[in-house]
Ligand binder design. Structure first.
Ligand code: F1P
Length: 348
């Protein structure tokens, strides 16, 4: 009742990452063969809530490694199908869902099939779920299963599967991800002492999470974690977009959290330095050094596509400790349930 489930799921997640990589290794050949057979013109990733932000990250990685890909909330396929999927017979739909039971996601897969969609793959923590049963290929993250409502270990495990899949089909050595579980354990040990003391001191006002490229989806997920667990109003922006209006909100003490990328770090650090000069308190996660109030060093010497999952543990811990500092129970976020079930018939 005091967040024990969530904390345990966050700090044990590297074990689940390793499990997901082992599961991918067992399915690598099947995925390659299925991909070669399909050769789709387009890949559309779908999900809801956290798994929508996972889809955004996965689509960004896919574009950088494999080819054309987009991300859509599952509900967009229900009401705006033609805008979401331009050529269903040449499209692979990849549906991401922790539970594999979310009504919108199941209904979106049905709609895709009705409209002549080429194939459906799914990434889920429940390989025996209705979504898995409806898919042509299933990538499972069973060890990512969790009891708490807000996605932590599950999200990271499904993301690792998406990173492995994109690298594998893009011709990179996806086994570079094998280093991540150990790096994740060290990152958790190093970052919790930094994050815990400040989480409660963060000004009780809107927080801003900045990320670009495949880090934008991660910034969005971190925003959702902070919102769900600690009820702190938060927003996510692409790094340089923040200057184009949203920075009007910066005043003394405003908290800005930067997910600095290897590709654009000089420009991204410039944004953080400018915001700090305007009075913001800056928390940065980066491979290189920079001028911030707090800094989490990410491991260096890794391909850019291995990084997204490494931003998660410190940011999940920040949301967890802020929730606890506010006397909330991160295991049971206000108004939320683990799965959103709706009237399936209402979607036709
Ligand atoms: C989707 C989801 C979660 C959210 C909450 C409600 O679930 O929106 O992202 O954190 O738990 O459900 P799923 O389709 O990924 O199981």
């Amino acid at each position: 009742m005091n967040g024990e489930l969530t904390h345990n799921e966050i700090i044990t997640q590297p074990d689940a990452w390793a499990d997901a990589l082992a599961a991918f290794a067992m399915r690598e050949d099947v995925a390659r063969a299925a991909w070669a057979d399909l050769a789709p013109r387009q890949v559309v990733f779908i999900g809801c809530g956290s798994t929508h932000y996972l889809s955004i990250t996965a689509a960004s990685l896919w574009r950088g490694l494999v080819g054309a890909a987009e991300a859509r909330p599952a509900s967009e396929l229900l009401f705006f199908f033609d805008e979401a999927v331009t050529d269903p017979s040449n499209t692979l739909l990849i549906a991401i869902s922790r539970s594999g039971t979310t009504t919108e996601t199941l209904a979106a897969v049905d709609r895709f099939r009705q409209r002549g969609g080429r194939a459906v793959w799914t990434v889920t923590c429940y390989p025996d779920s209705p979504l898995a049963m409806a898919a042509d290929l299933v990538l499972p993250a069973v060890a990512g299963q969790e009891k708490s409502v807000a996605q932590t270990r599950s999200f990271a495990s499904m993301l690792i599967l998406c990173q492995a899949l994109a690298a594998c089909l893009g011709g990179d050595d996806w086994r570079a991800l094998d280093r991540l579980p150990d790096l994740g354990r060290q990152l958790i040990a190093d970052s919790e002492p930094v994050v815990a003391p400040i989480a409660g001191r963060l000004a009780d006002e809107r927080l801003y999470f900045l990320g670009s490229g495949s880090q934008y989806g991660m910034a969005s997920e971190a925003m959702l974690k902070m919102t769900e667990m600690s009820l702190t109003p938060s927003q996510a922006f692409h790094f340089l977009e923040f200057r184009h209006g949203p920075m009007s909100m910066i005043e003394a003490g405003t908290q800005v959290i930067g997910l600095v990328s290897p590709q654009a770090e000089a420009h991204e650090w410039r944004v953080l330095v400018e915001m700090r000069a305007k009075g913001a308190a800056v928390f940065a996660l980066s491979q290189g050094e920079g001028d911030a109030d707090w800094h989490i060093a990410l491991p260096g010497g890794l391909p850019w596509w291995t990084l997204p999952v490494l931003y998660l543990p410190p940011l999940q811990l920040m949301a967890y400790h802020r929730s606890r500092a506010k006397g909330l129970d991160p295991d049971n976020p206000r108004n939320l349930s683990s799965v959103v079930f709706l009237d399936r018939k209402s979607f036709g």
